[in-house]
Design a protein around this ligand. Structure first.
Ligand SMILES: Nc1ncnc2c1ncn2[C@@H]1O[C@H](COP(=O)(O)OP(=O)(O)OP(=O)(O)O)[C@@H](O)[C@H]1O
Ligand SMILES: [Mg+2]
Length: 496
């Protein structure tokens, strides 16, 4: 038996002027979990798409079990035992979980009809195997992003695969679900499945992987044994320099209250929530998935109603009926799910950034001042370090993390009084994360009131003036900065 189930040699791929991959080498041993690590736009997803038959490489060679192969399409990849969970969800929203898992290979009855009973039973079994609590009769479109991602995983595993590739599978999973996933990965490993794992979360890489290959700007930097490596070494290899002062925070809370939420309730979602945010303050929201944080934020933003209670901005009670009311009043929300709520993927980077801001860029009532618009766009591309071929490039051509930065730019451009950030650094690399933290800090210093919803405890602890913890729709604690520890937050989040 050959030691390497997969070898990729000198893979190159460009898109127009963008050289996404330029001589990448990658080897995967049998039963190994091997991570691919690199900054946003480094070329990770592109390499995976070459392996998965979505892109054809311009140069290079792929060997499976020692034999050269040409992967011409997704079916070829499947035939070679390769299963890929892509960064973007590709399920069909109006089909059920079971239908999605079995799409195109549904079990049939003797009469040639789809055997729904069989299909549902098998799908339910697979879901159970993974330790998931999910009804396979649910329409995929009704599931949260996290659950859709889990369905992708079940689907990929359901093919009899030898190589499983996961492109940021945990970016929207809760800690508990990540644990389940890791158990599943260990089980798959024992069954001889080799895995390629992409994640920006170092903690995960050090927990689950055997080796890590680092790529930078489409080139191969090196491969390390995880247990002999360290976060500092990885960062230096990824970024090409050391990152000092990862979190920037100068505390700048002022006395003026910007947002005041009183006894806000929505039946079965959140209950009796009261808090306020001051000028220059960053107020954190922590809690497990499903605690009601995102729904609460959407309610404040007018995208989701509430039954009782009130919301005031700068002392004036708001009667917000829609998001445009909220934007008009000076509230901006960077949503959790950028695909669904954040971006118009087929439009350009520049278009998306200035989408919410068009009114203020008007020269007169009819014409958008092109000069102002492009100045604004260039300023954000530069300050957020957005990697794009040009401001006119389609947003869908950007890497995942760079799309996230476009969402952020879009809302910053509205010049808000209150900025709500829901998981702003999800899927963002360490370098860009640090940039985003210093931007958030700068905005707070300028007097903006900021709400930061995040499941990353270090982020919450290091960036916030104080933190509201939610559990099952209720506010269980508001912790002062001096009380912010992981244990404290988790205790109120879990009720333990
Ligand atoms: N279809 C495409 N058309 C044009 N450019 C593309 C396309 N796909 C990727 N690129 C470009 O190739 C480069 C690598 O992108 P890729 O998605 O592989 O990055 P990544 O390492 O997966 O980043 P992230 O961590 O943000 O997901 C980026 O500059 C991206 O804009
Ligand atoms: Mg990617």
């Amino acid at each position: 038996m050959v030691e390497n189930v997969l070898e990729m040699h000198s893979i190159a791929k460009s898109f127009g002027q963008t050289q996404a991959l330029n001589g990448i080498n990658f080897e995967l041993k049998s039963g190994e979990i091997h991570a691919l690590l690199g900054e946003n736009g480094a070329g990770k997803s592109t390499l995976i798409k070459v392996l998965g038959g979505i892109h054809q490489p311009d140069r290079g060679e792929i060997l499976i079990n020692g034999n050269t192969v040409h992967i011409k399409g997704v079916h070829d990849a499947q035939a070679h035992g390769i299963g890929v969970i892509h960064q973007e969800i590709v399920l069909v929203p109006y089909l059920t979980v079971a239908e999605n898992i079995f799409l195109g290979r549904e079990p049939v009855t003797k009469l040639g009809l789809i055997d729904r009973k069989q299909m549902n039973a098998e799908a339910q079994e697979m879901v159970k195997e993974l330790g998931l609590n999910l009804d396979v009769n649910t329409l995929v479109g009704e599931l949260s992003v996290a659950h859709q991602q889990l369905v992708e995983i079940v689907k990929a595993i359901s093919f009899n695969i030898k190589i499983l590739v996961m492109d940021e599978p945990t970016s929207s999973l809760s800690d508990e679900e990540v644990k389940h996933l890791f158990v599943t990965m260990e089980r798959l490993r024992q069954n001889g499945v080799s895995m390629i794992y992409i994640s920006h979360k170092f903690e995960e890489l050090f927990t689950i992987t055997d080796r890590i290959t680092i790529i930078r700007d489409g080139t191969y930097v090196g491969t390390v044994n995880t247990k002999n490596s360290s976060p500092d070494e990885l960062v230096a290899m990824m970024v090409g320099r050391e990152l000092k002062n990862f979190y920037t925070r100068t505390y700048s809370r002022q006395d003026e209250v910007v947002l005041k939420v009183d006894h806000l309730s929505k039946q079965n979602v959140f209950e009796d929530i009261s808090f306020s945010v001051h000028q220059g303050e960053i107020l954190g929201f922590s809690g497990l998935m499903g605690a009601g944080r995102s729904e609460l934020m959407l309610a404040i933003f007018g995208a989701y109603g509430y039954d009782n209670g009130s919301v005031s901005l700068n002392g004036e009670e708001l009667k917000i009926k829609s998001c445009s009311d909220a934007i008009e009043k000076g509230i901006a929300l960077v949503p959790e799910d950028r695909k669904d709520q954040g971006l118009v993927l087929l439009n350009s980077v520049g278009f998306n950034m200035t989408l919410s801001e068009l009114k203020h860029l008007m020269k007169n009532k009819l014409i958008v001042s092109e000069e102002k618009r492009s100045a604004l766009i260039s300023a954000y591309i530069k300050s957020l370090n957005i990697k794009t071929a040009s401001p006119d490039a389609e947003v869908s051509s950007l890497s995942g993390g760079n799309q996230q930065k476009v969402v952020l730019a879009k809302w910053l451009a509205t010049n808000p009084k209150l900025l709500i950030l829901d998981e702003p650094t999800r899927g963002v690399d360490v370098g860009a994360k640090s940039e985003i933290y210093s931007i958030i800090n700068e905005l707070a210093k300028q007097g903006l009131a900021i709400i930061l919803v995040s499941s990353e405890l270090p982020e919450i602890i290091n960036m916030c003036d104080s933190v509201c913890v939610m559990r099952e729709g209720k506010l269980t604690a508001q912790l002062a900065q001096s009380e912010l520890t992981q244990e404290n937050i988790m205790r109120y989040a879990t009720g333990g």
